[in-house]
Structures are given as structure tokens and as C-alpha cells.
Design a protein around this ligand. Structure first.
Ligand SMILES: [Zn+2]
Length: 198
């Protein structure tokens, strides 16, 4: 079809120029445009884009939250089983009081955590400042499956007030959503640290 149109056009043009129509019947090349590729990822420096297929372990799309019982997702299936059980028990108790606990982050692959940290360095301008907000893969408890982030704020407040009876403690003063299974046998949590760097 394209060849026919192309040849016809060539014939018209060449005829208009007063040349022999036979010349126009010479096979012309057809350039097939390449199929359009996937859309470019957004330029947001904190976006963990689909291009990073080897570093997306534990990634949840922005605004996506999991039920603590959605254990098919690696965010939860790769968690320390004791932490997962504690969060599920807390979620049941919270629900009985009308508060819904949702999981915004749990296990993260080392590559994903590195990418989060690298993005934070760009966003905050230095490794030191970034470390106040995002742990490196070497120290992140998310990478070892020993930390979970809970939303939303009402659920965070409930868990800060009640989590210790399940062993769950807030760790960083600047992260009301981040919990680890570190309460002692008496339900006492360690002193709050100011941030991930302190
Ligand atoms: Zn966290």
C-alpha cells in the first residue's frame, strides 16, 4: 500500500517535471516508522520509576497502602514474621476501636533502599542531610524486614499510644509512621531517637 502510494507520488512529481513515467516505477524504499515506546518516566527526583526493574523490590506506588493481611505482597511476605504477626494483632485491636491500620512500606530490597537514599541526597543536597530522612541500605531496618511504616496519621497516633502492648515502638521522633518490634518484655520502648541519623 505504502509502496503504491509512494510510487504514484513519485510518478506524479516526475511527470510534472517532464520526465519519463517509466523512471518513476523504479522501486522506492519504504521507511517504516518505529513503534512508539513506553512513555518517559516523570522527572520527579523522588519517583521510583518503572525503569528501575532491578531495584523495585518492596516498592508501592505513591498513595498505595496495603492491608496488614495482604501477605502475598513482598512488602509483607519478606518481613520478619514476628513483626508481621505483631502488626496484624495490633490492626485487629485498632479496628475494634474504629481505627484502620494500613501499611505504606515494609520490606524493601537493598537496591530500592539505595535508590531512595540516592534520591534523598539529590533532594536534600548532601549525604549528611539525606541521612536524617532516609537510612542507607547498610543500616535500614526495612531492608532486613524489621521495620514497617503505617498510615494514616490517625493510625500512627493509635499505634504510638497502644503499640507497645504488641511490642511495637516508634523509633524516630521525626517519623511517626515508622515502627519496629523492639519493646522489652514489660512493654517498654527504647528512648526516641531524633531522626534516622541520631
Ligand atoms: Zn520506615
Amino acid at each position: 500500500m505504502l509502496a503504491a502510494i509512494s510510487s504514484a507520488l513519485s510518478a506524479l512529481m516526475l511527470t510534472a517535471c517532464g520526465q519519463s513515467p517509466q523512471v518513476a516505477l523504479v522501486q522506492t524504499s519504504i521507511v517504516v516508522p518505529p513503534a512508539p515506546g513506553p512513555p518517559a518516566p516523570p522527572a520527579d527526583s523522588l519517583t521510583i520509576g518503572p525503569a528501575a526493574v532491578d531495584t523495585t523490590g518492596g516498592w508501592l506506588a505513591d498513595g498505595n497502602m496495603l492491608s496488614p493481611f495482604d501477605v502475598a505482597n513482598p512488602v509483607l511476605s519478606q518481613l520478619d514474621p514476628a513483626l508481621l504477626t505483631a502488626v496484624q494483632e495490633a490492626a485487629r485491636a485498632a479496628e475494634a476501636q474504629g481505627v484502620v491500620l494500613k501499611v505504606t512500606s515494609g520490606w524493601r530490597s537493598k537496591g530500592f533502599q539505595q535508590r531512595l537514599f540516592d534520591d534523598a541526597v539529590v533532594a536534600y543536597g548532601s549525604v549528611e542531610k539525606a541521612a536524617e530522612f532516609v537510612a542507607t541500605p547498610e543500616v535500614s531496618k526495612h531492608v532486613t524486614g524489621q521495620a514497617i511504616d503505617i498510615g494514616q496519621a490517625e493510625a500512627d497516633r493509635w499505634l504510638i499510644a497502644n503499640g507497645r502492648q504488641f511490642g511495637l515502638c516508634q523509633i524516630y521522633a521525626n517519623e511517626i509512621w515508622h515502627f519496629e518490634l523492639v519493646a522489652d518484655a514489660n512493654g517498654n520502648c527504647p528512648p526516641l531517637r531524633p531522626n534516622a541519623a541520631g
